[in-house]
Design a protein around this ligand. Structure first.
Ligand code: ASP
Ligand code: MG
Length: 406
């Protein structure tokens, strides 16, 4: 008998009928002889609704109260699921983060899990109960409620699976697995049977919405096998696991895009020590994360510096950067929020040459201009005009032979 952790996202618990469907999935694992721990998100749209309320209450909501508020959606779904399970004859018990004791640091809105006390859960499992835990939330050392960042229930599930040494962690969602690219924009997209942790992490970080990046990081660290499955169908599924030799055969495993990008260029910046620090420190102090950064080779002691931020941050970032630009004597600040990032990902890139060249040639054949490039061992990302996003994804999908296998 093993322990199975099942996590269900917002669309899987959107109403009572769907919660009953979730109950059936939990019961099936129980009937197969496993111990079952279910982690839930809030009903679809609920966390957004709570966030909107917070902003109606205050322009800059107090962070402690903000986390208390936005974590409540999960309290609703876990208690409903426990009721449904009990009603169906399978004893169940729900727990909030603080009741388990999912201890986190104090970083509201993006807390990190420090420790999970597994005693209460083990006790209930030993009694044969199905345990249902609220995702997305924890508690700090001073008993303040914290949240783990949007999409954080994935991380709750993986952390619980790691802490309890579960045999597997199933992430149930509204798609039946991880695809070579978004099937909504590329009909030829193919579901992957397996993908490595590192590839999944890059995909999650460059725009694939299926898993929260931090959950993948944690799954890799603690060697938790992750299955991405559909709540609504028993077919398919993708296993996220350790890299193996087969995975290296494919040069590129996936293509992602992120339309939530804006590009800021600081023009004619004096090229001297401390300039990058003076530009980026005030941004990080405001919690604005900077993605790609490019500094041009300098000419006569001056250079241009271009970087990207999330579109939602661009107005604030522009204000901050314009203020800094004055102080450091830059000429001007240029903002382009009509861009997108397209990335190709694959562990096979390490051992194949010419991948970047092929990517650039494929885009240039379509007349797509590349504005910025960044690379890692297993990923190449390009910033392009937003209107070319779909086109770029489709031609790259073809060029790297990712289409459905016949
Ligand atoms: N309910 C939270 C959110 O919407 C956590 C999650 O869904 O994973 O971000
Ligand atoms: Mg999610």
């Amino acid at each position: 008998m093993g322990l199975v952790v099942q996590k269900f996202g917002g669309t899987s618990v959107a109403d009572i009928a769907k919660i009953k469907n979730v109950a059936k999935k939990a019961i099936r694992e129980k009937q197969a002889g496993n111990e079952v721990l279910v982690v839930l998100s809030a009903m679809a749209g609920e966390t957004d609704r709570l966030i909107a309320l917070a902003h109606q209450a205050s322009e800059t909501p107090d962070e402690r109260e903000y986390d208390s508020l936005i974590s409540t959606g999960e309290q609703v779904t876990i208690s409903l699921l426990a009721m449904v399970l009990n009603e169906m004859g399978y004893p169940a018990r729900s727990f909030l983060g603080f009741q388990v004791k999912i201890l986190t640091d104090k970083a509201y809105k993006k807390a990190r899990i420090a420790m999970i006390d597994t005693d209460v859960i083990r006790k209930e499992l030993a009694k044969g109960k199905i345990v249902v835990v609220a995702g997305f939330q924890g508690v700090d050392e001073e008993n303040n409620i914290t949240t783990l960042g949007r999409g954080g229930s994935d991380t709750s599930a993986v952390a619980l699976a790691a802490a309890l040494n579960a045999q597997q962690c199933d992430i149930y969602t509204d798609v039946d697995g991880v695809y070579t690219t978004d099937p909504n924009i590329c009909a030829k997209a193919r579901r992957l049977d397996r993908i490595s942790y590192d590839e999944m992490l890059e995909m999650a970080m460059t725009g694939a919405k299926v898993l929260q990046p931090r959950s993948v990081e944690m799954a890799k660290k603690y060697d938790v096998p992750l299955y991405v499955k559909s709540t609504f169908s028993d077919k398919g599924g993708t296993l996220v696991t350790k890299e193996d030799k087969d995975m290296e055969k494919e040069v590129v495993s996936g293509i992602t895009y992120d339309r939530d990008q804006a590009k800021i260029t600081v023009i004619h910046v004096p090229d001297k020590p401390g300039i990058a620090a003076s530009l980026f420190t005030p941004l990080s102090e405001r919690n604005i994360s900077v993605d790609m950064i490019i500094q041009n080779a300098s000419a006569e002691g001056f250079t241009d510096l271009t970087f990207t931020v999330s579109k939602k941050d661009v107005k604030e970032a522009q204000k901050i950067v314009e203020a800094t630009a004055k102080v450091i004597n830059a000429k001007s600040v240029d903002v382009d929020d009509d861009v997108a990032k397209v990335s190709i990902i694959g562990v096979g890139m390490v051992s194949h040459s010419g991948v970047a060249a092929k990517m650039f040639k494929t885009m240039s054949d379509e007349g797509i201009n590349i504005m910025m490039i960044s690379t890692s061992e297993i990923k190449i990302s390009c910033i392009i005009k937003r209107k070319y996003t779909e086109l770029a994804v489709m031609v790259l999908h073809d060029a790297f032979g990712l289409e459905k296998k016949k």
